[in-house]
Write a protein that binds this ligand. Structure first.
Ligand SMILES: Nc1nc2c(ncn2[C@@H]2O[C@H](COP(=O)(O)OP(=O)(O)O)[C@@H](O)[C@H]2O)c(=O)[nH]1
Ligand SMILES: [Mg+2]
Length: 264
């Protein structure tokens, strides 16, 4: 038994941003729980929400996830508050739309143990299921943003926008991440590279999301926000920007109803 397990701190926290994912959130949580069991991990799941109204949160809570309500909207705001709320030293982040395969968590953890600080999934190597990524994103948007990011930040990451990642919580929070929207994905890699962190990569399988409505991501708007972030960050020539949050961003947790739900 590790020291962390003895003290009741989970080995790993999985944080999922969620905005109205009633069709898929349950499956994502169950996939994580099955992975915790098969890999003999004591894990917790933190669902970070911006006001879902479709019953996603009730499902998440009933399956033992810790749900936090984040007033500031956006993918980045939700993830940042979620990471703050995590109790484990090691965090895995992944979408709650069924597109990522949480049974791959042990691969990410193994790569962290090799001495890396941040592990980024690579969907191009891991395999993209037919219909899982629009043509424009797959052949133009993502490769272009990745290329630009690598040039600007002297990194060698193959998939800058991949949403499944693992990292050491304190190290990533120390970067002062502050982007509220989808550009959070670029900010995490850019600031990690500028801070000289060790970035590892693992192939990540991308499935077609299981929802019955369009994604929150809007390719042109969010592509531009990512590009604008990277250009501004580079032009500012700041190694590490201060976070808008001095301690942790505001959120409300359902912790009371889920206390003791860490699963091995
Ligand atoms: N809490 C929260 N989650 C969000 C928001 N926007 C997207 N998400 C979640 O972030 C994940 C990725 O969003 P998605 O629309 O699938 O983007 P894509 O996978 O990049 O096309 C999903 O789990 C969404 O539910 C938001 O504004 N707030
Ligand atoms: Mg998605």
């Amino acid at each position: 038994m590790t020291e962390a397990m003895r003290s009741g701190v989970p080995d790993v926290s999985v944080v999922m941003p969620c905005l109205n994912e009633v069709v898929t959130i349950g499956g994502c949580i169950e996939e994580c729980l099955n992975t915790f069991t098969s890999a003999n991990l004591r894990g917790e799941i933190v669902v970070s929400d911006n006001g879902s109204t479709d019953g996603s949160l009730e499902i998440a809570g009933s399956l033992g996830a810790r749900v936090i309500s984040v007033p500031l909207r956006g993918y980045g705001s939700a993830l940042l508050a979620g990471i703050h709320a995590c109790r484990a030293e090691v965090v895995v982040m992944g979408d709650s739309d069924g597109s990522y395969d949480f049974s791959q968590i042990p691969l990410f953890l193994a790569k962290l143990v090799e001495g890396n600080d941040l592990i980024v999934g690579d969907r191009f190597l891991g395999g993209i299921e037919p219909g899982a990524m629009p043509w424009l994103n797959r052949y133009v948007g993502n490769p272009l943003l990745t290329r630009i990011g690598n040039v600007l930040f002297h990194s060698d990451v193959r998939d800058f926008q991949c949403g499944i990642r693992a990292f050491r919580r304190e190290t990533i929070l120390g970067l002062g991440l502050a982007s509220p929207g989808m550009e959070f994905a670029s900010e995490m890699i850019a600031k990690s590279a500028m801070a000289g962190l060790r970035i590892g990569q693992v192939p990540a399988r991308l499935r077609k999301d299981g929802r019955n409505r369009p994604p929150h991501l809007r390719p042109w708007r969010d592509g531009w926000r990512n590009l604008r972030y990277m250009l501004c960050e580079r032009m500012a020539q700041r190694p590490v920007e201060r976070s808008i949050y001095t301690t942790s961003p505001p959120y409300v947790s359902n912790e009371k109803s889920c206390r003791g739900n860490s699963r091995r």
